[in-house]
Write a protein that binds this ligand. Sequence first.
Ligand code: KIV
Ligand code: NA
Length: 269
Amino acid sequence: MTTVRDVREQAGSTPITMLTAYDATTAAVANEAGIDVVLVGDSMGNTDLGYDSTLKVTVDDVASRTAAVARGADDALVVADMPFLSFGVDETASIENCGRMVKEADADAVKLESGEHTVELTERLVQLGIPVMAHLGLTPQRMKETGYARQGTTRDEGHRILDLARKHEEAGAFCLVLEHVPSNLAEQVTEALTIPTIGIGAGPHCDGQVLVVDDVVGLSTYSPPFSKQYGDLREQMLEAVSAYREDVESGAFPAEEHGHVADELDDLY
Ligand code: KIV
Ligand code: NA
């Protein structure tokens, strides 16, 4: 069983491996492959739920998927990604929503897309026993404002991200995701913090890496340029499903061995 303490202590040693999963089967595969952290990302909006952003993902969506992932992943740390406006508006509601992920859905931690508005909340959640993974750089819940552009490209923005990273470490976050920022910024943030950084589109200097599983296994119709595809599952699924359809239409499936006969049912009329 991986704990947030294990992950925190991995800073600067073996790279931390994190992958998204949204169901028990995929979580079990990630777990068997030795992935350290399974993130139930709100990227499920783009992948499994078929939206064109993460904004419509609900607390119920993430809670139900987190419970499934927790049933599938025995060893990996399970992190529930808090959806748009489920935190940071009202403290009580934020704590209840985050608490649900741990109490009901068996998450080991929550991830919050971070900013000035999550510093105190992070501290409060950690005090209450809910571990927090912070997330800076590109935060897709702010896409109406930022689009999906690279973040932290100016000195001002770089200082802002470094400052927020320090504030979240001080507030008690056990880990920080850095998304789509220049690698030399990610490198300096990684050096400045004692908690581990996990990068996506943030270069090789972070303490770990995260990717969206659909991009890794080749299920996505669109993947960002910073991801890497290791499999071709969409093509394989298409072949399998098409072959099944053709077999049914041609009568090749089901064959004798796919069914059974009860002798006493002969001559019913
Ligand atoms: O939702 C997600 O998959 C994420 C990762 C890309 C960090 O937030
Ligand atoms: Na996310």
